[in-house]
Ligand binder design. Structure first.
Ligand code: RUB
Length: 307
């Protein structure tokens, strides 16, 4: 349980962050927990796996990759503890391998949509979006990037470091400069924390501003998302919860304490409606947002009765 608690803490404090990394860390934690679980009955085994799954899922509510990873990794059919344990180890490893391969596939598929000379704007720090950008660059395309700062946690600083390591010409801008620079951009590429069944995107707060500005300027808006970022429960209308984080990420608590009429809101993510999204680059190909339901049903393997 100690490793599970450590992983949960790292996800909560964002030492492990980004929907894809969170999902892989959760699968690893379930796998290692199952491997070391000392129980005498199948009932106890099932109860403990369920308890740990629920605990991990509660760490960051918006990243749908987390429940998807936990569900796929902790799947077993055997009624015998040793066989069920083995099934979980195999399924978790399979999930982690697929997640790693998915990033490469998204890079390959998405980079075909990047033209030589393209100027790309990105937001926050998405490994999937960066996979497309760096693959295009490694294919010899002469591209450059505008990266937002992504307040309050400034994940944009991770993005510019990554792009700099590849030698990709990059401009860092503050979040409020998105519309100002959109005229200089050819396309926007962002990642996803979740994709709803209706094709709406949930991603870092401010993503919908990029989408609106891109729409206004008639620039293409591309989302990079592994299939495990699609949210099955949205099929039946369940909303995706937006994580509200601490005020101290935005303002020094000592300063805030003196401002008795002020409150701080700090939502970590926002919604971008499907109508602003031109394409979603997944590991199984490029889809229009309207095809999100098909991905959930046919590629994630969720049936309506399960939700
Ligand atoms: C990260 C974020 C990323 C998505 C996709 O938010 O919004 O765009 O998670 O990332 P946070 P990836 O920093 O709050 O976790 O493509 O790496 O899964």
């Amino acid at each position: 349980m100690q490793k599970v608690q450590e992983t949960a803490e790292k996800i909560r404090t964002m030492e492990i962050r980004g929907a894809g990394r969170i999902a892989k860390a959760a699968a690893e934690a379930i796998r290692d927990y199952a491997a070391g679980l000392d129980v005498t009955s199948m009932e106890e085994f099932s109860a403990k796996i369920r308890e740990v799954s629920d605990f991990l899922i509660s760490t960051r509510p918006t990243a749908v990759s987390l429940p998807n990873a936990v569900k796929l990794a902790s799947k077993y059919s055997s009624g015998n503890v040793e066989d069920a344990r083995q099934e979980i180890i195999t399924n978790a490893n399979l999930f982690i391998e697929r997640a790693d391969r998915a990033l490469g596939k998204i890079g390959k598929i998405g980079s075909r949509r990047i033209r030589d000379g393209d100027v790309i704007m990105t937001h926050c720090n998405s490994h999937a979006a960066l996979s497309i950008i760096t693959t295009a660059f490694e294919d010899g395309k002469n591209i450059s990037v505008y990266s937002t700062e992504s307040r309050p946690r400034c994940q944009g600083l991770l993005t510019i470091q990554h792009l700099n390591d590849f030698g990709i010409p990059t401009t860092l801008i503050v979040d409020s400069a998105v519309r100002y620079y959109m005229k200089d951009v050819d396309k926007v590429i962002v990642g996803a924390d979740a994709i709803a069944a209706n094709g709406a995107l949930v991603n870092k707060i401010g993503t919908s501003q990029l989408a609106l500005a891109a729409h206004e300027a008639r620039k293409s808006f591309m989302v990079a998302a592994e299939t495990f970022k699609f949210s099955p429960s949205t099929i039946v209308g369940n909303p995706i919860e937006i994580e509200e984080r601490d005020a101290e990420e935005v303002i020094d608590p000592a300063v805030l304490k003196e401002l008795s009429h002020v409150q701080v809101k700090n939502p970590a993510f926002d919604f971008t409606p499907a109508e602003y999204i031109d394409m979603i680059v997944t590991d199984i190909g490029i889809i229009p947002p309207a095809m999100a339901y098909t991905v959930i049903k046919e590629h994630l393997g969720w049936e309506l009765g399960e939700i």
